[in-house]
Design a protein around this ligand. Structure first.
Ligand SMILES: *Cc1c(COP(=O)(O)O)cnc(C)c1O
Length: 394
């Protein structure tokens, strides 16, 4: 009997129907054998802490940031904490930073008994507004923590000028910005200490937690290393009270494999950002949504592609995109000065207007290196559809 082939509409089976916000497996899958070999070598060596993998990674990382020293630690959060500990920051001290950031930027200040002083951000770039820093300085101010948010450096010339004039330390929170540059200088080399994270969603993500400190100061490097190892020097002598915070050999082995690919992944992220800009311009949606821009003198590494949705439409758009299987995220919905744990700092509503507006408007889209052109087209066309249904309903 003659069997007929079922008639099908013109369906392209390779066309994506959903887009994840992030898919770490795509990048990792291609390197699986290298990872397993590197981890097996650690297993066989029996050197799980302070081994050659960690040394190799620290040296390569320092070269990448164009600094003399890189010191591994257990997380980006610990890097920030250790940086403040190295400067003996504690009760009675104030540290100026952004409220529009991940919690760890400020919790390190609080944990040491010091006081976080939040300064508003610039509308472009989402980083500390240098024009507002000086007014926040008091005799108790010890340091500034500029955050290089979403992959783009803060205005570091302005921050450093202020710091020099007032004798303040500058600790870069570069957790989202490994490989980013400001005036052709890498993040991590722009202040006194740089702090980085290898949390899996960062541009250089490990298989768990990990962090790094960078500095050009030899003495400071030794002090940071000592503080990360219980303040011990020599063995069982503790001139300082440190913490236990180490980058372990397995993480370092994995990160050594990945670091050699970071440049290519960054280029892919940048190409994805360019493509979004083209697609949003072609669709005209850039007249509604506010696109993220690379500011002058910056090399943006696009840890996030974060646009603004005006007119209180952000949450509606996000809900529709979730329904249409497009992954998005809000970094960050509640600024730190409005967190319950910092209530006692006494910030009133509207005290940081640009920060609070950003928290209401921002939406981050998929931007990871292996994201395909077809997926980006789908993201943009779904946003267009969501916009249409809103119009039709209005
Ligand atoms: C991820 C992150 C941190 C903390 O890093 P962990 O490794 O997760 O502790 C700190 N600051 C910013 C801006 C971050 O994005």
């Amino acid at each position: 009997m003659h069997k007929s082939i079922p008639q099908r509409r013109n369906v392209d089976c390779s066309a994506p129907s959903s887009v994840p916000l992030l898919d770490v497996n795509r990048g990792n899958a291609a390197l699986r054998e290298e990872f397993l070999a590197a981890i097996a070598a650690v297993c066989d060596s029996g050197r799980f802490l302070y081994g050659p993998d960690v040394q190799e990674f620290e040296q390569a990382f320092a070269a990448n940031c164009d600094v003399r020293h890189a010191i591994g630690c257990a997380s980006g959060s610990d890097a920030l904490l250790l940086a403040l500990m190295a400067y003996d920051i504690g009760p009675g001290d104030e540290v100026i930073t952004s409220s529009f950031t991940f919690f760890a930027t400020a919790s390190c200040i609080w944990r040491l008994g010091a006081c976080p002083v939040f300064v508003d951000i610039e509308a472009d770039g989402f980083n500390l507004d240098p024009e507002l820093i000086e007014a926040a300085i008091t005799p108790a101010t010890k340091a500034i923590i500029p955050v290089h948010l979403f992959g783009q450096c803060a205005d570091m010339d302005a921050v450093n000028d202020i710091a020099v004039r007032h004798g303040l330390k500058v600790i870069e929170d570069g957790a989202q910005s490994i490989g980013a540059e400001y005036r052709a200088r890498p993040a991590g080399s722009l202040g006194h200490i740089g702090c980085f994270s290898f949390y899996p969603t960062k541009n250089l993500g490990g298989f768990g937690d990990g962090g790094m400190l960078t500095t050009n100061d030899d003495e400071l490097a030794a002090r940071l290393r000592q503080l990360a190892a219980h303040g011990m020097q020599p063995r069982y002598h503790h001139p300082l009270v440190g913490i236990n915070s180490r980058l372990d050999s397995i993480q370092a082995a994995v990160l050594n494999v990945k670091l050699t690919r970071l440049g290519r992944w960054t280029s892919q992220r940048r190409a994805n950002a360019d493509r979004y800009h083209r697609l949003f311009a072609e669709s005209g949606l850039d007249r509604w949504l506010v696109m993220p821009e690379q500011l002058p003198q910056r090399y943006h590494v696009w840890n996030q592609f974060t646009l603004r949705v005006p007119d209180g439409q952000r949450d509606v758009l996000r809900a529709k995109l979730t329904e249409m299987n497009v992954g998005t995220e809000i970094y960050y919905p509640i600024p730190l000065h409005q967190q319950e744990c910092f209530k006692s700092l006494g910030y009133e509503p509207d005290s940081l207007p640009e920060t609070e507006r950003a928290a209401r408007e921002v939406l981050s889209l998929p931007i990871f290196p292996e994201l395909t052109a077809a997926e980006q087209q789908l993201v943009v066309s779904r946003i267009g559809q969501a916009r249409q249904t809103r119009r039709a309903a209005a």
